[in-house]
Write a protein that binds this ligand. Structure first.
Ligand code: SAH
Length: 235
């Protein structure tokens, strides 16, 4: 698999067993899951849709989308998160709605180009060496007229203070070294990668997270975490 930062994926592999612990290392992902799923379902049909969850990890989003009636394929570059995801799905009755495959967007392209009505790539881009290559592969995996969702962390002083220094070093919400400042992506950069890949940006919204109350809400402030919705142009 190319366009994978093996050291980044190794971090997720070593923590994989704790993926479904709501109070563990992936606590922020658990807390963010409902608002991001609500955002997606408000902007496109999930029920009956063929959905790709790229960088699915232990399957938090994957299972939430399957619970809404989506037929979801989860891909990830790490074997350990996929093993956890497969086991969790089997134990919770999702085996028929979810398929998990070890792949990157680029390597998966050979199998299923242009077949997914909905594509999600949440909290993954900041761990990838070449973001444009990932966005381009995901665009090619999307059916014409389909919906693509990204979420990541902005590259701002505020994001550095809150998402790296605050979350990793002061509050121990995330393991140290989870995010590197230089890999963070500005909304304008992601929007530019989308346009080059034939995706039209439909919306960008901020994701506000309070680690003390563990409340997560969508807001107009995109300076730390944000979600981006793009449409694949038809024809
Ligand atoms: N999307 C999930 C998990 C985010 S953690 C969620 O938001 O709940 C990031 C995941 O991306 C990890 O499981 C990591 O193994 C995976 N990943 C990193 N680089 C990747 C790549 N190039 N291709 C596929 N998966 C990748």
């Amino acid at each position: 698999m190319s366009n994978v930062d093996r050291r980044e994926v190794a971090k997720f592999e070593s923590l994989a067993q704790r993926w479904w612990d709501v109070d563990g290392d992936f606590k922020p992902l658990h807390d963010m899951n409902r608002p991001r799923v609500d955002y997606m379902r408000a902007r496109c049909a999930i029920e009956g849709a063929r959905i790709l969850d790229a960088g699915c990890g232990g399957g938090l989003l994957t299972e939430a989308l399957a619970a809404l009636g989506g037929n979801v394929t989860g891909i990830d570059a790490g074997e350990a998160p996929l093993a956890v995801a497969r086991q969790h799905a089997a134990e919770h009755g999702f085996a028929e709605r979810i398929e998990y495959v070890a792949a990157t967007p680029e390597s998966f392209l050979a199998t299923s180009p242009g077949t997914f009505k909905v594509v999600a790539c949440l909290e993954m881009l900041e761990h990838v060496p070449d973001v444009r290559s990932t966005v381009c592969a995901l665009a090619q995996l999307t059916a014409a007229g389909g919906d693509v969702f990204f979420s990541t962390i902005n590259r701002t002083a505020k994001a550095f203070a809150l998402a790296i220094v605050g979350a990793e070093y002061l509050l121990n919400i995330l393991p140290k070294g989870t995010h590197a400042y230089e890999n963070l992506i500005r909304p304008s950069e992601l929007a530019s990668a989308c346009r080059s890949a034939g995706l039209q940006v439909a919306d960008v919204v901020g994701v506000r997270y309070n680690p003390f109350t563990r409340r997560c809400t969508l807001s107009s402030d995109v300076s730390v975490n944000y979600l981006l919705h793009a449409k694949k142009l038809s024809g």
